[in-house]
Ligand binder design. Structure first.
Ligand SMILES: Cc1cc2nc3c(=O)[nH]c(=O)nc-3n(C[C@H](O)[C@H](O)[C@H](O)COP(=O)(O)OP(=O)(O)OC[C@H]3O[C@@H](n4cnc5c(N)ncnc54)[C@H](O)[C@@H]3O)c2cc1C
Length: 381
């Protein structure tokens, strides 16, 4: 067993960390305060190849391995979790399903522009009544000649307000339940496709999340992604891999919060000494660092398994997401605690890390759903 990163993986870590610290960190707090989407940063990330992480080189992507991809998301989240989720959604639930399920024509039509950062991707599975119960879809897609006509409302669609291409799940055959759902590549400027309410979120405020309203929206039949009726399979197969990315985001958030807490503990004085000299604070720092490292190993293991072609990947990606997201909530809470009253102030970054961590146990499947996925897999043995 070898725990060392390869030279390529190390180079990616150095490149993305340097970019994150020089280009992302300086404006992160301000973008959060102003809920401002980081268009200019995405353009620079695209130049470095990070908008086509999971797109093969022949289609204009960088085609990096899953561990390198996890490192990318982790390093971005260490300074700005909102940017990390924007990049993660684009790469892993918008580009990746086209790469995995798309026809050659679909891949050639969409992936080069997406990898170049010219077109941002989004993924619309959730509906107002269909979150954890994802199969309970109401959005309909009715075949009319050489088009499918989509009607319905998708909820909580990350990137949608800024996206050009959205992977949309809709019911093509209501008599077949989960097997009657199909996936579509929807271009956002298609007539009948509009953005509804933009969510006013607790955290990740510079990422954009909204409703997607589909009214008489005619999508060409050739934009069906995967076979008709395989839409839930498309969605779940993609989430099965991308949850590792949310695990990586959680590790990055926790790492950023921990570093801030360590710095603060060495500087803040109480009772005539730095608070880092109190064993209570030292124990908190020790627990934080230990949990972060354990979560990182689990995330890299899931990524490693994916690269090895693991067939029951969902177990590992769910474990990584479950453990890392719960860890991030605990660690960011401890980072606030170490800051005392100042941790409750917007003046210090830990307040942002604490808010940003909160959603990691909710999106791409709640902790309860991850436990169901893991337990189901264990019981199959
Ligand atoms: C910021 C943000 C961004 C998002 N981005 C996207 C996106 O880009 N695309 C997309 O499609 N979706 C997105 N989502 C939606 C997200 O995936 C859902 O919110 C999530 O899956 C939970 O669904 P829900 O909110 O409907 O909660 P519910 O499903 O209503 O769950 C409510 C509670 O009940 C629990 N629960 C539900 N069922 C069970 C069960 N069987 N056993 C035990 N407990 C259960 C849940 O764990 C939770 O605690 C996003 C959400 C957020 C907050």
């Amino acid at each position: 067993m070898n725990f060392n990163l390869t030279e390529d993986q190390q180079l990616i870590r150095e490149t993305i960390r340097d970019f994150a610290e020089t280009e992302v960190w300086p404006g992160a707090a301000e973008r959060d305060r102003e809920s401002r989407f980081p268009r200019e940063i995405l353009a620079k990330l695209a130049e470095l190849g990070f908008m086509g992480c999971l797109v093969p080189e022949v289609l204009g992507g960088s085609g990096i391995d899953s561990i390198s991809y996890a490192i990318t998301i982790e390093e971005l989240a260490r300074v700005d979790a909102a940017l990390a989720v924007t990049v993660a959604v684009h790469n892993s639930v918008a580009c990746f399903p086209i790469r995995k399920w798309g026809t050659e024509e679909q891949k050639k039509k969409y992936l080069p522009d997406m990898a170049a950062g010219q077109v941002l991707g989004a993924f619309a599975l959730t509906e107002p009544q269909a979150g954890s119960d994802a199969a309970n879809q109401k959005t309909r897609a009715v075949r009319r000649g050489d088009h499918y006509v989509l009607d319905g409302v998708k909820a909580w669609c990350t990137n949608a307000p800024e996206a050009g291409v959205i992977i949309v799940m809709a019911v093509t055959d209501p008599t077949r339940g989960a097997k009657g759902i199909s996936a579509f590549i929807v271009e956002k400027d298609t007539p009948g496709c509009t953005i509804g309410t933009i969510e006013d979120k607790m955290g990740l405020r510079s990422s954009k999340t909204s409703e997607l309203v589909l009214e008489d929206c005619a999508v060409p039949a050739e934009n069906l992604l995967g076979p008709e009726g395989a839409g839930l399979k498309v969605a779940l197969s993609v989430l099965g891999a991308s949850r590792t990315g949310i695990g990586a985001q959680s590790v990055g958030i926790a790492q950023g919060a921990y570093e801030e807490a360590l710095k603060y503990a060495k500087m803040r004085e109480a009772f005539g000494k730095t608070i880092a000299e109190f064993q209570a604070i030292q124990f908190m720092l020790a627990d934080m660092a230990t949990r972060i490292e354990a979560a990182r190993l689990l995330v890299y293991l899931a990524a490693f398994r994916e690269d090895e072609g693991e067939t029951r990947l969902a177990r590992y990606s769910s474990m990584a997401k479950l453990f890392a997201s719960e860890m991030a909530n605990e660690v960011t809470g401890q980072a606030v605690q170490i800051h005392g009253g100042y941790g409750f102030s917007r003046e210090y970054p830990v307040e942002r890390y604490y808010r940003d961590a909160r959603v990691t146990t909710i999106y791409e499947g709640t902790s309860e759903i991850q436990r169901i996925v893991i337990a189901r897999d264990l019981l199959r043995e």
